[in-house]
Design a protein around this ligand. Structure first.
Ligand code: P6P
Length: 333
């Protein structure tokens, strides 16, 4: 039996799922090819002139890595000619990227973080690409920021690539979560996990502990109980992992459970949090919910948030259902 490649999976998904159109199938294939190109660029590391700073800042005022800019360009170049997109938006660009007039436009909006965790690049730790697909509201001409400001429940597709020991593509089309592994010999993604599920309970949490003194009381209480272990109110010991690449932490949670937290704190309160809603929290929330987990800000379901700005930040608490619900209960309490 030949392995099921991404191409075959998408053809079969188009046959049985009316929500999967030929254009959506094409979009996912194009994004997967761009992720393959990014994986190759990253894999060169110090052998090519791709590490270190780009000498520029992005809209967030963060210094861009060369590979942030390279990855963004790869995704733009791969997607702008195909006729499947109305426009694109990215963490690395101030506003929407219009499809050049020489190409046809399509019905979808593609929003992405081209290289998530790029601060880990220079120390050879896993990074990734996160993407979200929305339908473009009716209307001709240039696509403004407003067209993108749709709640996460409107996403038709979400996924992320992890550039780690192996290159993986995690994908949901709204009917469960699949994982594909890049076969570098043949150059195609192969279906390796048909139905990723997050266990309802876990003994593992992920948070940047160095921020502890800035957290709000509900998070202080929740993490304090985990650290108290079996002699504390939880009556069991917990383990901690923090890769500082969301794609790596979320993939681990999809594989063995866990709770990931980047809560708002006294330093980030005026910005709304650290992680971005449109191209980090929303796609990850769709994937986590599709795998049986939960994703909230602590106070509301992430997918229900009505965005007000393209680069809006939100608190993120996601993963194993019973732990996320406990954190939310502490926020309500
Ligand atoms: P910190 C990477 O910069 C990122 O956006 C996420 O991928 C990651 O989870 C988080 O920020 C890491 O943040 O403050 O621990 O460096």
């Amino acid at each position: 039996m030949l392995p099921v490649t991404l191409a075959r999976f998408l053809v079969e998904a188009e046959r049985k799922n009316p929500a999967v159109s030929a254009d959506l199938r094409f979009l996912v294939e194009v994004v997967s090819r761009a992720c393959k190109a990014i994986s190759i660029a990253i894999g060169k590391g110090s052998l090519a002139d791709v590490l270190g700073g780009a000498g520029s800042d992005n809209i967030q005022g963060e210094a861009q890595k060369k590979l942030d800019v390279i990855s963004n360009e790869i995704l733009l170049d791969a997607n702008e000619w195909g006729g499947h997109l109305a426009a694109m938006a990215s963490e690395e660009m101030d506003g929407p990227h219009q499809i050049p007039r020489r190409y046809p436009k399509g019905e979808f909006l593609l929003v992405f973080d081209p290289l998530d965790g790029s601060s880990n690049i220079d120390v050879n730790i896993s990074v990734g690409t996160i993407f979200s697909v929305l339908r473009c509201p009716e209307g001709a001409g240039d696509v403004g920021e407003q067209a993108f400001l749709q709640p996460g429940t409107q996403q038709v597709c979400a996924g992320f690539a992890v550039y780690g020991p192996s290159t993986l593509l995690v994908l949901t089309l709204g009917d469960g979560v699949k994982c594909f592994t890049l076969d570098r010999e043949y150059g195609h993604f192969v279906l390796t996990q048909e139905n990723m599920r997050i266990p309802d309970d876990t003994k593992e949490f992920a948070i940047n502990m160095s921020n502890q003194r800035f957290w709000e009381p509900p998070v202080q209480r929740y993490v304090g109980e985990l650290l108290a272990g079996k002699d504390g109110p939880r009556g069991q010991d917990f383990n901690m992992r923090w890769v500082a690449s969301m794609v790596a932490d979320v993939f681990r949670i999809l594989t063995r459970g866990g709770v990931f937290m980047y809560p708002v704190d006294s330093r980030t309160k005026d910005k709304g949090g650290k992680l971005r809603l449109m191209y980090e929290a929303n796609p990850m929330a769709m994937i986590v919910e599709q795998a049986g987990g939960r994703a909230t800000t602590g106070r509301e379901r992430i997918l229900d948030i009505q965005p007000t700005k393209l680069h809006q930040r939100v608190p993120v608490i996601l993963g194993s259902k019973n732990e996320v619900e406990r954190v939310s209960a502490y926020h309500r309490g």
